[in-house]
Design a protein around this ligand. Sequence first.
Ligand SMILES: [Zn+2]
Ligand SMILES: [Zn+2]
Length: 212
Amino acid sequence: MSDYSQKVTSSFNERMRLIRLRRKKENLRFWDEFRIIPRWLIVLVILLFLLAQGIALLVNLSAPQRGDQIFPPELKYDPVLASLALAGIVTAVSLVLAAFVFLIAYVNRDAKRRGMHVALWTLLALLLSWPFPFLGVIIYFLLREPLPYPCPQCGNSVGARFNFCPNCKCNLHPSCPQCNREIAETDKFCPYCGNDLKTVASSIEVPAQGSV
Ligand SMILES: [Zn+2]
Ligand SMILES: [Zn+2]
């Protein structure tokens, strides 16, 4: 039984290693990634920010007419400076809120792109952020699936967990010819048995199907 669980754990670790390798190759750039956030959401956030600034300014400056004090009280005789201080606070709060909204939107779009469960991950990113800000988003970034990548043989887009290309049947998870365990195409030596893979790279071939 322990032998079986050991086998399951080791094959899980092998798979996780390949997924890490695949994700390391993604090489994502911040502004390219930012572009997957819908344009209308960015416009909406900017409009809400301007609205919040306007309301805060009006409410604050009209405070003396309502018998209230201008915020912050230390600057009540200098309305311009008081307004600037308030605008700074509103901006700081808005930046955190905007970052949160954009990250949730990113999780939503990115999960779709990676073939993950969109509603589940968006909800998780939202809900888990309640006790610990951004916790759900952090968990998403740690667990997300690798992006689909082009098949090395035909260029067709294939999922990171596919074993064979659905278009040309290329073997997407080559194995070591000596110990038969999965290797990454970037490995120079088999990470399990140390077999030199460069010399045999040309001899790893896709078994001809239909010839039997
Ligand atoms: Zn292919
Ligand atoms: Zn090996």
